[in-house]
Design a protein around this ligand. Structure first.
Ligand code: PHE
Length: 450
């Protein structure tokens, strides 16, 4: 079993893989449209505050649990305290469900690589909606995306995951900056910049806070044991404190830059910021059309978005696969094949819910009913991931004990923020996540008539 696990070949490799997991469709696709839907600057402000309070704290928490126990997400919690594997199990379930629909969006991105060459036409919005609602093509792309993820994960930890991330993350960053330059210099871009950067405090509602919380977990790959799993491949002299600062910072930077690539252009071209999941797919082709060599840039851009999505999907799959290897003693290959098949099937439902199955709605405890795609998103981002984070914080604060966690962190780090982290993980994070979770279910509104 041990020889199945492997280790990171370098610190840079680990950082890039962790950043590779964090930076993905969450930053490039989801963050801009959530900001657009939730008051622009108001959302950005709440998001940044939550990253500072929660993001760093939980990132460090998860990496510490992983490195201490040297095990998959389920085994890690179980090893530290028998009976608590369910916390990791929770995360594995989230990862499994997220990848099922994430792969569908990954497929959309692949379609846009080729569509950049063949042309998207004048009505970008129509092009997007007729593509995602068609019955066969998006599922074929979903299959290819899932298959590629599986192939990389079968090759194992440093062979596939690390090599791919090291090269592609920096490349994406450069191309993203180029896109920002074009977007902010468009006529009428200023209005978008203002919308994105100037928070209107009256726009900060409960809905905005809930959306921002879900996005913090989703974007940082938190609350589901990915950082536990990745941390388990780390050496004892690694400075966890530094990593837990660096990874969320880089991730948020990419999210904000994506906002600058997309929102100014949304206003310049007269699209609606509240467009939703189609925002990136509708806006960016218009931006590229207004650039010299636009076709080439468009294809290259979507290619790199695809790689960013792939390095995230790899991490999503790795959590589930490591569980199969460590707990069922499966070979890596068997574990990959088994879980990939299941996720592919669920993803078919998610894709069809954009078209043929759009009338099939799942009623939910918040009083709404969702299609399969939206249901998977709402269930994971707003419930399962925050719950995973809440359990993780309680586990460290009250079951394993903060002093034990601190001891683990200190094997490789000076840990200057020990006092602050202790207060955050023990009191602030559990309380905050609990309150927001309650309001997500609508319980607070019903009880207090908010
Ligand atoms: N963080 C990834 C992104 O922003 C998605 C993801 C979520 C990956 C949860 C792993 C776990 O695209």
């Amino acid at each position: 079993m041990e020889q199945n696990r492997g280790n990171w070949s370098s610190r840079f490799g680990f950082i890039m893989a962790a950043v590779g997991s964090a930076v993905g469709l969450g930053n490039l696709w989801k963050f801009p449209y959530l900001a657009g839907e939730n008051g622009g600057g108001a959302f950005v402000l709440v998001y940044i505050v939550l990253i500072i309070i929660l993001g760093f704290t939980l990132m460090l928490a998860e990496m510490t649990v992983g490195r201490h126990s040297n095990s998959d997400a389920y085994g890690a919690y179980n090893k530290i305290k028998k009976g608590f594997g369910f916390i990791g199990g929770f995360g594995i379930l989230s990862g499994f469900l997220i990848l099922s629909y994430y792969s569908v969006v990954g497929g959309w991105v692949m379609k846009y690589i080729t569509a950049s060459f063949s042309g998207i036409g004048a009505d970008k919005s129509e092009y997007f909606s007729s593509f995602i609602s068609s019955p066969v093509e998006p599922i074929v792309y979903h299959l290819i995306f899932m298959g590629l993820t599986a192939v990389i994960v079968i090759r194992g930890i440093s062979g596939g995951i690390e090599k791919a991330s090291k090269l592609l993350m920096p490349a994406l960053f450069v191309l993203l900056l180029l896109t920002v330059i074009r977007s902010v210099t468009l006529d009428g871009a200023m209005e978008g910049i203002r919308y994105f950067m100037n928070p209107d405090f009256s726009e900060i509602t409960l809905k905005v806070v809930i959306a921002a919380l879900g996005q913090v977990f989703f974007s940082l790959s938190l609350g589901m044991g990915i950082m536990v799993t990745y941390g388990s491949y780390l050496r004892k002299d690694e400075d966890l404190e530094k990593d837990a600062f660096l990874i969320p910072s880089l991730d948020s930077l990419v999210a904000i830059i994506s906002g600058f690539a997309i929102l100014p252009a949304v206003f310049a071209f007269g699209f609606a910021p509240t467009e939703g999941p189609g925002l990136m797919f509708i806006t960016l082709p218009a931006v590229f059309e207004s650039m010299p060599l636009g076709t080439l840039f468009a294809a290259l851009f979507f290619l790199l978005v695809f790689f960013a999505a792939l390095s995230s999907s790899i991490s999503l799959m790795e959590v589930t696969v490591a569980f199969g290897i460590d707990q069922f003693k499966w070979t890596r290959k068997k574990s990959v094949l088994f879980f990939t098949t299941l996720m592919f099937l669920i993803g078919i439902g998610a894709s069809l819910s954009m078209g043929a199955w759009s009338d099939f709605l799942i009623p939910w405890i918040d009083g709404n009913a969702y299609g399969i795609f939206d249901f998977l998103d709402v269930l994971t981002s707003y419930y399962l991931l925050p719950l995973g984070g809440l359990f993780g914080a309680i586990f460290i604060g009250y079951i394993w004990g903060v002093p034990n966690a601190v001891k683990e962190i200190k094997t490789g780090s000076k840990f200057r923020t020990e006092k602050l982290w202790t207060i955050l993980i023990k009191y602030v994070v559990p309380a905050l996540v609990f309150i927001i979770l309650l309001s997500t279910t609508g319980v607070l509104e019903r009880v207090f008539n908010l």
